[in-house]
Write a protein that binds this ligand. Structure first.
Ligand code: SF4
Length: 688
């Protein structure tokens, strides 16, 4: 029988007796040599770093006086910020000053028969964790320890995992958000589309957005690029059951029936091929499988698609022609969150294929070829051989290039037949992921968490995951710590620094230090893992890496980012793609070999039961994940979600704006109450 793990609330009272920890805390440990600090006598200083409210990582300037951040602004020297932040980045003050922040390490204990959190010293927390992890490594193997990681600071915990020999690493964002897009494009081009996406939006002349709502989704540079494209007169086609902000900027709004995107995409292909308006030279030089594709879409006419999607055939024809007329400076945007109906990888394949018909890979106004600075590593010893967790067939996805979080959840449970006891995953380290709220099947997640021998949550604020943890480790915020350099592939290659702009509050500590201290206490083959963290502090590591890579550390530190220009449109007809054929694979033998459709096929989604609506969801401009739900700056702007209900439906149901309702899904799960917003901006069969 599984005993459910009790959810423990963390509040101010939890830390009331935390003095024991503070006696062990030495503030000087946190301030590294050469780090900029602010004294009482300093005037306002501007210290560059990069943002972590979402994961776009825009360059930020913190305006600091007397160890207080007064405001944050965008760094003009950083190519993802260009001097601006999005509304969420601007709310960074709300995180650092959040009165609910985790203050000291906590361990779950039983007192008087009741489970509770006890504030402990960092040493006590590390010793406790090491005592639990060591026997798991020795008896069951390091692969039975899993890491959930989301955010730039996760890199130190990935090093810790590699040092232990475990590859059991996941990010919920893979299977729950953008994994199908990555694999759909990889199966077609051999490349994913990256983050930031390799989209040359400023030079595009026509863009179709299908299920993506830039403008409400506020990834900073993406929205800046969109504004430039709008200003330059680009045409937009928005496909969305809801009249989004993007739809309001578009030449066409296609209020599609949810779940039928593939039908529309196939019909667009049909028009482009039948009317011979696709990029013929590009397709002939760079693709395989065109004849099979042509045959496949022969009957997928706009009239056929109208029945599925509800979009008039004439509109389908006109929009296909609008895209083709502007090619190759035209694209169907690959989206970002693409997980909806189970056909998501094929849907992304269809988007990838239609872009090939538009001939826009490596072209101005299409998909650019990104560049990056190769950064040298500061050289740790070779890692031990990886122990790769072998998932049973029921949890195995042949084309997944990362482990879906749900597979780790399944493999951690005691009640899943395919997982014998000796194969069970026994410990989770959760960095910056609010797993109970992020993952589907909350009951299954709770069963998995209850079965673990150890659940460590590294976070900044109390949230659902910390309430279920055995040990809670308070990381300091991104404004209080060094992390690794950011040097991702981009249109303008760059290397950017995250550095502390103020001292950490309470006893919170940086992730690099937490991972290093844990490594010091864990042994593999009789040797401590500390040798995988061969530096005294993170700034020392950054300095070494900058020097080895030919940069001036002082320049990166003072400017926040250094950049160089790069050639971004390097299409040539002999271009090779990293696919089995070396070409863009419109038809995929690889998919066929394992029994999947080699070309995207449309299967109508199951209709909702009578009286049910499709639930649409998306982003709000001032909120992101669980990271802003307690942020008083963000909440002041938008403090409460609303449920969009079509005006006619609302009239029929007797609902008015401001009424509260609860939602129930087909499994009987009920939501909390939510305020109704009556609007004409949504189809009648949906709520948002
Ligand atoms: Fe921060 Fe906004 Fe940039 Fe995300 S997009 S990193 S929240 S400024």
């Amino acid at each position: 029988m599984i005993t459910r793990k009790k959810f423990l609330k963390i509040g101010a009272a939890t830390f009331a007796g935390a003095a024991v920890g503070s006696t062990l805390f030495r503030k000087k440990d946190v301030l590294q040599a050469g780090q900029q600090t602010v004294t009482e006598t300093d005037d306002v200083r501007q210290i560059p770093t990069f943002c972590e409210i979402c994961f776009w990582k825009c360059g930020m300037i913190a305006h600091v006086k007397n160890n207080q951040v007064l405001k944050v602004t965008g760094n003009p020297d950083h190519p993802l910020a260009n001097g601006r932040l999005c509304p969420r980045g601007t709310s960074a003050l709300g995180i650092i000053n959040d009165k609910d922040r985790l203050q000291t390490p906590l361990i779950r204990v039983k007192e008087n028969g009741e489970e509770t959190f006890k504030p402990v010293s960092w040493n006590a927390a590390f010793d406790y964790i090491a005592e639990k992890l060591q026997p798991i490594i020795e008896r069951h193997g390091a692969d039975k320890i899993a890491l959930f990681s989301h955010g730039h600071g996760g890199s130190f915990f990935k090093t810790l995992m590699a040092a232990m020999g475990s590859k059991t690493i996941t990010a919920p964002s893979y299977a729950q958000c953008r994994g199908p897009r990555a694999e759909g494009f990889r199966l077609t081009y051999g490349y994913g589309v990256g983050s930031p996406e390799v989209i040359d939006m400023p030079n595009a002349r026509c863009v179709a957005m299908i299920g993506t709502h830039l403008g409400e989704n506020m990834h900073n540079t993406a929205v800046q690029d969109l504004s430039i494209a709008i200003e330059r007169g680009a045409s937009f086609i928005t496909v969305d059951p809801r009249y989004s902000t993007m739809a309001g900027k578009s030449d066409y709004w296609l209020p599609i029936k949810p779940g039928t995107d593939i039908a529309l995409l196939l019909a667009w292909m049909n028009v482009m091929i039948q009317d011979e308006i696709y990029q013929k030279d590009f397709v002939a030089n760079n693709t395989v499988g065109f004849e099979q594709l042509k045959e496949h879409v022969r009957n997928k006419t706009p009239e056929w698609a109208f029945v599925q999607t509800g979009i008039e055939p004439e509109v389908i024809r006109k929009t296909a022609h609008l895209l083709a007329r502007n090619a190759p400076a035209a694209m169907v945007h690959p989206g970002r969150h693409v997980v909806w109906y189970g056909d998501d990888t094929q849907r992304s394949r269809a988007i990838a294929i239609i872009n090939a018909l538009l001939g826009n890979w490596g072209k101005k106004g299409g998909f650019y070829i990104p560049a990056s600075y190769p950064m040298a590593s500061n050289g740790s010893p070779p890692y031990p051989p990886e122990q790769k967790y072998h998932f049973p067939d029921s949890m195995y996805y042949p084309f997944a290039t990362a482990i879906p979080a749900q597979s780790i959840v399944q493999a951690s449970r005691m009640d899943v037949e395919d997982i014998p006891a000796e194969e069970r995953i026994r410990a989770w380290i959760v960095y910056g992921c609010n797993a109970p709220m992020t993952l589907p099947d909350p009951e299954g997640v709770e069963k998995a968490m209850s079965a673990l021998e150890l659940l460590v949550a590294v976070d900044i604020l109390p949230m659902e995951i910390t309430g279920y943890a055995d040990v809670v480790l308070p990381e300091c915020t991104f404004l209080e710590r060094h992390d690794d350099f950011d040097a991702r592939p981009n249109r303008t290659p760059y290397v950017a620094i995250r550095q502390p702009v103020v001292e950490p509050m309470y006893q919170s500590r940086p992730g690099w230090w937490i991972a290093k201290e844990l490594a010091r206490r864990i042994q593999v083959n009789g040797e401590s893992l500390e040798r995988y963290f061969p530096y005294n502090n993170q700034e020392e590591k950054l300095k070494t890496e900058a020097e080895l890579s030919g940069f001036s550390y002082e320049e990166i530190k003072s400017r926040g980012a250094v950049t160089k220009s790069a050639v971004i449109y390097d299409y040539n007809p002999q271009m090779r793609f990293p696919t089995p054929s070396g070409k863009i694979e419109l038809y995929s033998d690889v998919l066929k070999e394992v029994g999947f459709d080699p070309l995207p096929e449309y299967y109508p989604p199951e209709e909702p039961p009578n009286g049910y609506f499709r639930l649409l969801f998306g982003r709000h401009p001032v909120h992101t994940f669980s990271r802003t739900t307690n942020n008083n700056v963000a909440l002041e702007i938008f403090g409460e979600n609303e449920l969009w209900v079509n005006a006619k439906v609302a009239d029929y149901l007797g609902l008015k704006s401001g009424y509260y309702v609860t939602l129930e899904n087909q499994d009987g799960a009920r939501s909390d109450k939510i305020k109704v917003k009556v609007t004409q901006r949504i189809r009648q069969d949906c709520v948002y």
